[in-house]
Ligand binder design. Structure first.
Ligand SMILES: Cc1cc2nc3c(=O)[nH]c(=O)nc-3n(C[C@H](O)[C@H](O)[C@H](O)COP(=O)(O)OP(=O)(O)OC[C@H]3O[C@@H](n4cnc5c(N)ncnc54)[C@H](O)[C@@H]3O)c2cc1C
Length: 635
């Protein structure tokens, strides 16, 4: 009787948003992959907000799609409302957000996994990581053991355990040792990770109640409709195929009464009574935190979001909580429109084990354990999109580690995914990390609309994007360049016809001749508006190309400036730090900097410069030392 499974290349622990992308990436690169989950019904489960995308998170989904990931396509198949956010601002912060039918989203992703060659789904709890020490004295992965004792021998393991490790859920005084939605927690793996010397910490997050839709009075709320023209998340989705009727969300507000109920019961909140040990996300605060920390505010926004077509549950966005049920009922019923609401599922907080991701390389492989990768909430991030983006990168790199190919490492000037991973593996995050546009220095270049132009080539090089998808991007780049040059080369005179046209568009008259490109730079004008005075415009360009032509012309100056900054940034990123460098030999390095550099082992001078406690002076010392090492090697 054998208790071993041998012919496996990669084991993915977790079928959440990170695990699904990781497993699909490995299987699509032809590797025999097994994906484990404690409960098969929790594949791509959305235990919190019923939407994908939003500010900066929409960028992550577009980038993941451009690289060959699945989330973008899956939400295009299962959305019930779609909206482009921040359209009153510049294109750098335009972000798509789609409300998902949660049950359909999970079902659709499960179908994709089930139909994927080289991929096996296994419902089981992984209880141990198997490893050995190789001839060079490095610990490397050899497999995993599951709760039944069966061992899966493999060459790489990807940890995507999310909010399940030693999870406990808190709703007032009620504490249950389960994962989200009452699913089984995974209580054994943490000890195995500690045995491997991995540093573990405890984080927390929370979710609001789900209310019965037939007990909500939507007439007392502001309806929030989706966009007329729906824009897909995936570059592979035909926009014409997804135009459909949508379900609205609704906006209401808390009030003094709500805040009083909360303030009067703070002592019964595990968050304020000290029962909760884990650290929560600053940018996804519970309603208790909002009322305490922003006491001057007399109301907070509350968004009622549908959980799906075949359910009557409504998600109360903005009111996550861990207060006891009896207080929750009073609290929610104090909100206009919810006076008679019934709670279907209570709000609760969840605590879980996760890691300090500075133990990882930018490839998401553990520095000290070869073949062990990690992604998602377990890395200290928060959000479906952040998890999925890391899952894809970890999946690609686990596969490349077996195929002996170059890793995919995106830097801060390539993608939001590069910013996300660099922040996690370089900077000490002390709370669940949520992506925001303000975290990206080069956000005018890292827009959600040009993710394909920036990243398709990497997806193609790593075998997840087809030749035809890549060819389209090459054609698109060429078409954009040609059209921008054409618009710069055509000038119109300050004649009567042009002046009348400009006046009709509310645009000021010309003093001298100007190129069409110069006119497009005027906020009130655009490529489309100028078509009557642009006779040589030959072919009808597609929406996506038009969008790029307009943006490249209107923001050319800003983009050129940012490209200059990127040049400087890349210089430091490309200054690699030799693995053999011993920081103890650099006398003039400050003590704190030496300690931090020894722990973090940055791969480049650029990464070293972002470690807190390492000053610009330390970086100059390091640069000089690396130069001297090079000279002595050349001798
Ligand atoms: C209550 C709650 C509130 C949240 N609130 C927010 C929020 O406000 N904002 C926000 O951005 N995000 C929030 N999230 C987080 C969001 O759900 C996660 O970011 C996202 O689901 C993370 O995806 P993941 O793939 O990393 O992990 P998960 O989706 O948690 O999936 C983990 C997977 O690992 C499996 N697993 C774990 N351990 C084992 C094991 N030992 N063996 C086998 N399988 C295992 C599980 O079965 C599951 O399939 C919340 C999550 C919860 C639970």
């Amino acid at each position: 009787m054998t208790n071993r499974v041998e012919n496996v290349d990669v084991c993915v622990i977790g079928a959440g948003h990170a695990g699904c992308e990781a497993a699909l990436a490995c299987a699509r690169k032809g590797l025999e992959t097994v994906i484990f989950t404690v409960n098969i019904e929790s594949i791509a489960l959305m235990p919190c907000n019923p939407n994908i995308g939003g500010t900066s998170k929409g960028h992550l989904v577009r980038e993941l799609d451009a690289l060959g990931g699945e989330m973008g396509k899956n939400i295009d198949r299962t959305f019930i409302q779609s909206k482009m956010l921040n359209t009153s601002k510049g294109p750098a912060v335009f972000s798509l957000r789609a409300q998902a039918d949660k049950a359909e989203y999970s079902k659709s992703m499960r179908m994709v996994l089930q139909n994927q060659d080289h991929l096996t789904i296994k419902q089981a709890e992984v209880t141990q990581i198997l490893s050995t020490v190789n001839d060079e004295g490095k610990r490397i992965i050899t497999g995993v053991r599951i709760n039944t004792g069966i061992e899966y021998l493999c060459k790489a393991v990807i940890l995507c355990t999310g909010t399940y490790l030693k999870a406990r859920c808190l709703c007032g005084e009620s504490i249950t040792h389960t994962g989200p939605n009452g699913l089984q927690a995974a209580n054994s793996l943490t000890d195995s990770l500690l045995d491997l010397g991995i540093r573990i910490r405890r984080f927390k997050t929370g979710t609001p109640a789900r209310l019965d839709g037939k007990t909500i009075d939507f007439t007392k709320m502001e309806e929030q409709k989706g966009d007329e023209r729906i824009v897909p998340f995936s570059f592979s989705t035909d926009p014409e195929m997804i135009q459909k009727d949508q379900i609205s969300c609704y906006l209401t507000y808390t009030n003094e009464e709500t805040h009083n109920i909360i303030n009067n019961n703070l002592g019964r909140s595990p968050l304020y009574s000290g029962v909760i040990e884990g650290t929560g996300p600053r940018y996804c605060p519970s309603i208790e935190d909002k009322v305490v920390k922003f006491a001057e505010k007399n109301k907070h926004q509350v968004f009622l979001e549908p959980e799906g077509i075949s359910t009557n549950e409504w998600y109360v966005g903005g009111m996550s909580s861990s207060l006891p049920e009896d207080v929750q009922i009073l609290m929610y019923r104090s909100v206009p429109g919810l006076e008679k609401c019934n709670i279907v599922r209570n709000a609760y907080a969840i605590e879980y084990d996760c890691i300090d991701a500075t133990q990882l390389y930018p490839s998401l492989e553990f520095r000290e354990i070869g073949g062990l990768f990690s992604a998602g909430q377990f890395n200290g991030s928060s959000g479906y999109e952040e998890a999925a983006a890391q899952g894809l990168v970890a999946g690609i790199n686990a596969a490349e580690s077996i195929l002996k190919e170059d890793y995919l490492v995106l830097d801060r000037s390539d993608a939001y995914i590069g910013v996300l991973i660099d922040d996690l593996v370089t900077k000490e995050t002390t709370e669940p990390y949520r992506m925001m546009t303000s975290r990206a220095e080069y956000r005018l270049l890292l827009r959600q609309d040009n993710a394909d132009l920036r990243l398709r080539k990497y997806g193609y090089e790593h075998g997840l994007v087809s030749r035809s998808e890549y060819d389209y991007v090459i054609y698109k780049e060429e078409a954009i360049k040609k059209e921008v040059e054409r618009l710069k080369s055509i000038s119109v005179g300050a004649n009567k016809e042009i002046q009348e046209f400009l006046a009709s568009k509310g645009s000021s008259s010309l003093k001298t001749a100007a190129s069409l490109a110069e006119l497009i730079c005027r906020p009130e004008l655009s490529y489309e508006i100028l078509s009557p005075i642009d006779p040589s415009r030959e072919n009808i360009l597609s929406e996506d190309i038009l969008e790029q032509v307009n943006i490249n012309i209107k923001y050319e100056g800003y983009m050129k400036r940012q490209l200059k900054q990127v040049e400087q940034f890349k210089k430091m990123e490309h200054k690699k730090i030799p693995e053999s460098l011993d920081y103890n030999n650099i006398q003039s390095l400050r003590k704190e900097a030496r300690q931090k550099l020894i722990i973090h082992k940055p791969v480049s001078v650029g990464q070293a410069s972002r470690i807190s406690g390492v000053s610009p002076a330390d970086i100059s010392v390091l640069l000089i030392y690396i130069e001297s090492m090079k000279k002595s090697d050349e001798r």
